[in-house]
Design a binder for this molecule. Structure first.
Ligand code: PGA
Length: 308
């Protein structure tokens, strides 16, 4: 079979992006050029790789098999390039990270510090919800993912490197914001804003209430920490959020941190990757960096709030 590496890369990109146009953008080609190469690949394989149901494009069985083979080949090639760089002693090349949404508040700071030390490393950062991060982990799309709740039932390594401090916040003129101790039962009776189903923050909150035999009815669901913060400032309710996401609002006095029984909750952030994954020198150095300097680099910007 005379398939070329470029055809395999294109096919991989089409599947990853779910379409020809975005794959063409990623590969700096035109959409017709991608279509032609995929057609040639199908000719080599001798079977269609995609089928169309309505306006949606799905992989055929042959397509799925080819995708699995492509993923193996491209990952192996990446690892090879990494090994060559390592043999040359060079810390360079791609560093693919995906993070759950709350981690977007600190991960760029860590990457900034890391890239200062290793300017030849080329980071790709995907920020998405937990469900997508889990899918990406399963599809082996990243070198490392950052999350607060390690998935059960998946063969992964999980390295804790930083504390996630969860606090309860309200508008500054809320009756609970006068510094008094609020019980969890009182909190459960309040109008609470929560993250989407599956969010790590929501899971942590759910566990805490459950441990205390409480089952609050949540007032409103919002899909990101950012939306929750706006909701709190708009007096829609009170919420549990990671301190990482609150630096500006606490500093500006737009949001108040409440004194609630059981809070702050301290949970680890983990760097997670599939067991047995071969890492380039750049990825290995990044994980070492997280363990050695991650906490300091991520906590510095929020130090004053931590000490409140
Ligand atoms: P999330 O992440 O609430 O943004 O999903 C927090 C976590 O994984 O603990």
């Amino acid at each position: 079979m005379h398939v070329t590496l470029q055809q395999l890369k294109l096919f991989h990109a089409v599947v990853k992006h779910g379409g020809f146009t975005r794959a063409a953008n990623e590969m700096h080609l035109t959409q017709p050029a991608v279509s032609i190469q995929i057609k040639r690949l199908e000719d080599h394989v001798g079977l269609p790789l995609f089928e169309h149901v309505g306006r949606k494009m799905h992989m055929t069985l042959a397509g799925r098999e080819l995708y699995a083979a492509c993923s193996d080949i491209l990952e192996r090639l990446d690892a090879f390039v990494g090994t060559i760089d390592s043999l040359k002693g060079e810390v360079s090349g791609p560093l693919r990270i995906s993070v759950v949404t709350t981690a977007k508040y600190f991960l760029p700071h860590l990457l900034g510090a890391f890239v200062q030390d290793y300017p030849k490393v080329n980071p790709f950062l995907t920020v998405t919800n937990r469900a997508n991060v889990l899918q990406r982990l399963e599809d082996n799309l990243d070198d490392v993912v950052i999350m607060g709740q390690v998935p059960v039932g998946m063969k992964v390594e999980a390295i804790p490197f930083l504390e996630n401090v969860l606090v309860v916040v309200a508008p500054p003129d809320h009756p609970f914001a006068d510094g008094r101790l609020v019980t969890l039962a009182e909190l459960a009776a309040e109008r609470m804003l929560v993250r989407e189903e599956g969010s790590g923050t929501r899971i942590a909150m759910g566990k805490l209430f459950e441990e205390h035999g409480l089952s609050p009815t949540f007032h409103m669901e919002l899909g990101s920490s950012e939306a929750i913060k706006q909701g709190v400032m708009a007096k829609l309710g009170i919420a549990v959020l990671s301190l990482h996401s609150l630096h500006l609002e606490l500093t500006m006095g737009r949001i108040a941190m409440l004194n609630v029984e059981g809070f702050p909750q301290r949970r680890p952030w983990y760097a997670v990757y599939n067991k047995g994954k071969r890492h380039s020198l750049a990825v290995t150095r990044f994980i070492d960096f997280l363990m050695e300097k991650g906490a300091e680099s991520a906590l510095n910007p929020i130090r004053e709030n931590l000490e409140r």
